[in-house]
Design a protein around this ligand. Sequence first.
Ligand code: ARE
Ligand code: CA
Length: 595
Amino acid sequence: MNLEAIYHIDDIPYAFAVRADAIKVRIRAKRGEVVRARVLHSDRYVPYGHEVPLELELAASTAAHDYFEGLIQTSTFRVRYLFLLEDAEGRAVWYGELGASVHRDKAGLFHFPYLNPSNIHEVPDWIHDAVVYQIFPERFCNGDPANDPPLTEAWTPEARPRPDSWYGGDLAGIRQKLPYLQELGVTLMYLTPVFLSPSTHKYDISDYLKIDPQFGDMELLRTLVAEAHALGIRVMLDAVFNHSGQEFFAFRDLVEKGENSSYRQWFYAEGFPVTEEPEANYLTFATGIKTMPKLRTSDAELAQYLLEVAAYWIRETGIDGWRLDVANEVDMGFWRGFRQKVKSVKPDALIIGEIMHHAGPWLRGDQFDGVMNYVLREALVDFFAKQAIGVREFSARLALNRMMHSDAANQAMFNLIGSHDTDRFLTLCERHGLGWNDLKYDVERLRLAVFFLMTYTGMPMIYYGDEVGMRGGYDPDCRRPMIWDEEAQDRELFGFFRTMIALRRRHRALRRGTYRSWLEEEALGVLGYIRDDGTEQVLAVLNHSPNPVELELELPAGRRVGGMLADALSGAVYTPAARQVLALPPFGCMLLVET
Ligand code: ARE
Ligand code: CA
């Protein structure tokens, strides 16, 4: 056995509390080597030798590793454990706090000393059922021409925005389109910033306590939230606390009073007087973005101000959470206070960090619930849009992404295929068109990605307009005004989004079940996986190739239910049989559910 590959630490994501009386443990080993994995556990204070064995399940695999996991129940909240791994030849290795050994006594024991409530990464229960819709307010719908900015351009499907184009979208427009969102089936909308700011994107905030008049006012936001709630749709706003805009009162004070400003500690002035032109002598977002002076969130006074802002909008308008801009560059101590504040005002508020890379340090339960899952998006783009990786690599990348986090964090991810910061997915498909026999299959690959998103673990997020086939390259092209003209929309695609959302909402296993890879047919390009919530099992199969495939497949071993299976998409019914022949068209998919 490859001892070098075995890994476990008594910390997230290898050991974490999942409930008041249970912890999950994971252990990693070389792929294909361990045929049986067990954890032996007991209360920390019972004499050695009284440990209870628990069989671990193979939860995920990457090219190099297998991950096994299991749930340890504890009635005393004190857990001591060690692993026992066996290979195909029956050789056994013990693994504990002292490392790997063939002698149990030399391996030592891991400890989960006490399961205190604060060990649990608590996420709001409603997130499991959420389907998210992201809105860029300036571009979603213009419901009130009276508040349009002076240079508002025509809202047409041909519009191609520049960084400073205006189209007049606003809160009144979002309000008008609530029935549309309800028809689509989404249950949470996330709006990029709506506060006073000179730009179209409003990430350079002038006043954190005021809605930009181009969008509406506080009263209108309150109405929008109330009406959305009445339709079962929650609302999240964007908190931009990494930096302010240049017009923010505290920054103006700093520029005016320099060293003597009471807000000196709120920013990072590199010299005095503070100058904005031609070069900024203060730290900013990214490099040289002088419109966005960086905020010193480690400053207690500033922190208190911003926490009040966060609480204010929840109290005043009833919003259901915050998406946090540039979340990984803000002080972590600030985020801990933020979580306490937000959850004290609204215990089931959702906190989502914007982190484009691995986010483990922020997802330990003391800062965010989840993040915008750009790591997943990269895998979806490489697999579905670019066709740059095969089934096994895709599955491995999903696995690694999941195994880096606790279950709660995985469930609280905003799983996206695109956003206001990326190329649109359909455009990426087109750019990487296949072109075989003039069959491009671009929309089909978008559909397949959506099929995946709606059947995967975590919250699916739709970027406005993707559901009607909108196109667009990188910022600002991905922010074209929403296409409302039904003639110009892809209605069939809209129907597919709707169907997939409805299926997710109908099948609890798709929302709350475990995810297990089931088929990885590299040569055929077929991926199959199982979602299982303990009472229901749903099997998803997708053909990631331009060829029709027929495959005789073995239903997963240990299937609890022997009933008939039906493809929830086509309605085709399969009689129970150990082996089953399934046919999938190019880029086709099926969702087998029990009937
Ligand atoms: C403007 C231009 C862009 C240009 C950018 C940077 O329009 O073409 O690329 O400046 O020079 C907001 C506006 C943007 C605006 C920006 C600056 O929406 O239109 O862009 O302000 O004025 C990193 C951060 C991540 C951040 C992205 C943009 O880690 O947090 O950059 N995303 C948030 C928001 C943005 C917003 C801001 C931050 C600023 O979602 O909309 O921009 O408030 C790799 C890196 C990532 C990097 C990413 C950039 O993946 O690893 O760390 O993200 O590229 O795409
Ligand atoms: Ca308007």
